[in-house]
Design a protein around this ligand. Structure first.
Ligand SMILES: [Fe+2]
Ligand SMILES: [Fe+2]
Length: 283
């Protein structure tokens, strides 16, 4: 008998970087029953995303993916020039061909150790509500960010078509997702997987506080309680750690760029979500 299966998570693989590609090539399950949650920012080019998800889906019993902002960019030199919703739908089709679960699929049930839990991959984006202190509108907040020179590349590369704005796309996604989550709220606890933190707290440690504008939405602040989360998995901040909010562990599982992880002295890998590796404590 092999080792018991685990629910594992990772994000921000950024496989454009050769060192990160090698790291992905080294990712192997410990048990043939392991599932891997991939919380966005696999890469910017469709071919890169396909390469990584194909490799991982061949190794893990199930791979669950949710997009990061980088997957939704339209790099000018990507042969796939789709924008916005059409680009997302293209990636969903690619995932389905590989057997990878997306936010558009029925939420899978993890029935292994630590379960049962409903795994809910979420695609929610952000709506500029994580505003810097003293700013009260999106416009004022963005003006502040431009003033200090902290502007996410999404402003130039993540097109919201056919929505007028990224925040309008976010609001549409939030509306659709609430309905989906409400339908499973009476079932087992959930593991909520989103590229962005569902609560603002984890963004308080950003070196540039203005960057929080591109990191989530206030609309999800109570979702971990409302939808009975056993854990919330996210990335995007490139600050891997665990924080606890209302007793729920929030796992930032990013790999990040080589220049970020190299100085830490050890190769980043996936994190075990279930069964819990250690008892949850408040901090
Ligand atoms: Fe990232
Ligand atoms: Fe990101």
């Amino acid at each position: 008998m092999g080792p018991a299966p685990s629910l594992l998570a990772i994000s921000d693989l950024h496989v454009r970087y050769a060192e990160n590609r090698r790291l992905v090539e080294g990712l192997r399950p410990r048990s043939s029953g392991d599932w891997l949650l991939v919380a966005g920012d696999v890469g910017e080019y469709v071919a890169d995303v396909a390469w990584a998800l194909r490799l991982l889906s061949a190794r893990f019993a199930k791979v669950v993916w949710t997009p990061g902002n980088h997957e939704l960019w339209t790099p000018p030199d990507d042969p796939v020039c789709l924008r916005g919703q059409a680009r997302y739908e293209h990636l969903v089709t690619l995932c389905r061909d590989l057997g990878v679960t997306t936010p558009e699929d029925p939420y899978p049930l993890w029935d292994g150790p630590g379960g049962p839990v409903t795994i809910a991959p979420l695609f929610l984006l952000y709506d500029y509500t994580f505003r810097p202190d003293g700013t009260f509108t999106k416009e004022a907040a963005l003006a502040r960010a431009y003033d200090v020179g902290v502007v996410c590349s999404d402003e130039f590369l993540l097109h919201p078509d056919p929505y007028p704005t990224r925040d309008a796309w976010c609001h549409a996604r939030v509306r659709q997702t609430v309905t989906r989550l409400a339908a499973v709220a009476d079932g087992p606890p959930t593991v909520l997987v989103n590229h962005y933190p569902l609560v603002r707290d984890p963004t308080r440690v950003l070196r540039h506080p203005e960057f929080a504008l591109w990191c989530g939405t206030d609309l999800t602040a109570d979702w971990h309680r409302r939808f009975h989360a056993a854990a919330a998995v996210y990335g995007h901040l490139h600050i891997p750690r665990t924080t606890v909010h209302d007793g729920v562990p929030f796992e930032e599982v990013s790999v990040g760029y080589p220049r970020e992880w190299r100085p830490r002295g050890s190769q980043p890998g996936y994190r075990q979500i279930l069964p819990p590796a250690q008892p949850t404590r408040s901090r």
